[in-house]
Design a protein around this ligand. Structure first.
Ligand code: NIG
Ligand code: FE
Length: 413
């Protein structure tokens, strides 16, 4: 691949961390490791990075790009989405605006199960198409890596179809796609009378089949009131670990459930949502190096209290930010909005929000050694903003600040 030199970068947010590989020892939360008046050489990976004035005279390159004094930063790593689905739930959104709760709608057979019905009736092509459209739109807003979960099929066959659709998406889009099996997203209608039987099917049939076909790197469980109990979640996640999956948890999203404590004790890579996290949950996660992935778009959409990000950061937890893009509780693929919500509603600084949506997102997907920051040897995944002042990204909200995007060194927007 050809070598390209980008010059005249007004502000280069490298987001590099001195603590690579040890995200729980946190000194990277508010430090963007900025280089002013910078230049960067890359092919697929970053080959050189530094100030214009330190650029060697004999630097060899085949293409030159002028950044015109603007900001360059790592692409967003959106480490939590459900963006392969079918149908829409705008009607549920309208009902919630009239005061009906997410839980009430779910108890009536809506919510996740609403989407499950639509997914079971959809073809793999329709599912992949939805994922492709959302991933490409995320990319136009600066996302270069995206995680996608199954969880709207809830039968062996339809969960495999969703994961195969995610695989199709990963082949069709330039973004790096990481796949997660979320068969334990809800109890399917067929097993409402006997949830334990469904847990058995997940452990004995679904997880081994997903492993056999190598369709997912992570296993996730929705551990909350009305979904999976702590005991059921532990059974699924322990089986997943035995089979070689890395694990994540939808934890304490709708109620204080002790799910963060469980995620910590199981050494999950991340516990996500955490709107109702307890002090014990915070301590268990920090002790075990479990990343707290916060999804403020969900609290915003469901009008729930935001996760206590400030307290979690001050306690020493590594925080990642992600979109949770899904048709029910948060329908956006725009990470820039998520950063704004994180700063205005969760007390995160601009710098903390940027680190959380880049390097820490990569840690939450176990790929912090490959992407998430701009450092020699890491993937050339970055975007140039249409501004020379990086705070604009959050301050001037609701518009797209991403001008061009590069993934693995290739200009894709
Ligand atoms: O992350 N909590 C579970 N899953 C999603 C909601 C999915 C849906 O409502 O379709 C979430 O909020
Ligand atoms: Fe989610």
């Amino acid at each position: 691949m050809k070598k390209t030199l980008i010059r005249n970068i007004g502000t280069l947010l490298t987001c590099s961390s001195k603590i690579l590989g040890a995200p729980n020892i946190l000194d990277s939360m508010g430090d963007l490791s900025i280089i002013n008046n910078a230049a960067m050489l890359y092919d697929e990976d970053i080959l050189w990075i530094g100030t214009e004035s330190s650029l060697p005279n004999d630097m060899v390159y085949e293409e030159l790009v002028d950044a015109q004094g603007q900001v360059i930063m790592p692409g967003f790593v959106d480490s939590h989405t459900h963006c392969v689905f079918a149908g829409d739930r705008a009607d549920e959104f309208a009902r919630r605006l009239r005061g009906v709760s997410y839980q009430t709608i779910a108890a009536e057979g809506g919510g996740i199960l609403n989407t499950v019905h639509a997914v079971r009736a959809a073809s793999i092509d329709q599912l992949a198409h939805q994922g492709i459209v959302l991933a490409l739109n995320a990319m136009k807003h600066g996302t270069t890596t995206i995680e996608m979960k199954s969880g709207y099929g809830l039968t062996l066959e339809s969960e495999l179809t969703l994961l195969k659709a995610i695989k199709v998406v990963s082949k069709e889009v330039p973004l790096r796609v990481i796949s997660t099996f979320l068969g334990a997203h809800d109890i399917p209608p067929e097993y409402r009378h006997n949830p334990e039987l469904y847990v058995d099917i997940i452990c004995k049939e679904m997880l081994p089949a997903v492993k056999e076909e190598q369709l997912a790197e992570f296993c996730d469980v929705f551990t909350d009131t009305g979904y999976f109990t702590i005991m059921q979640s532990e059974k699924i996640l322990n089986t997943a670990v035995e089979l070689g999956f890395k694990i994540k948890v939808h934890a304490d999203e709708l109620s204080p459930f002790g799910a963060a404590e469980m995620a910590g004790s199981l050494k999950a890579v991340s516990a996500d949502h955490l709107l109702y996290i307890s002090q014990n949950g915070i301590e268990a996660m920090i002790k075990n190096g479990c990343i707290g992935t916060l999804l403020p778009g969900t609290a915003y959409t469901l009008k729930l209290p935001y996760a206590p990000a400030r307290h979690m950061i001050d306690s020493g937890m590594t925080i990642a930010l992600a979109s949770d893009c899904n048709p029910g509780s948060c329908f956006t693929e725009n990470m820039q909005i998520i950063l704004s919500l994180a700063s205005t509603n969760m007390g995160m600084s601009i710098e903390e929000a940027i680190m959380a949506s880049t390097l820490h997102g990569a840690f939450a997907l176990n790929i912090g050694d490959k992407c998430g920051s701009l450092e020699i040897g890491k993937s050339a995944d970055f975007h140039i903003l249409n501004t020379d002042k990086y705070p604009e990204l959050l301050y001037h909200f609701g518009i797209n600040h991403t001008q061009n995007v590069w993934i693995k060194g290739k200009k894709v927007v």
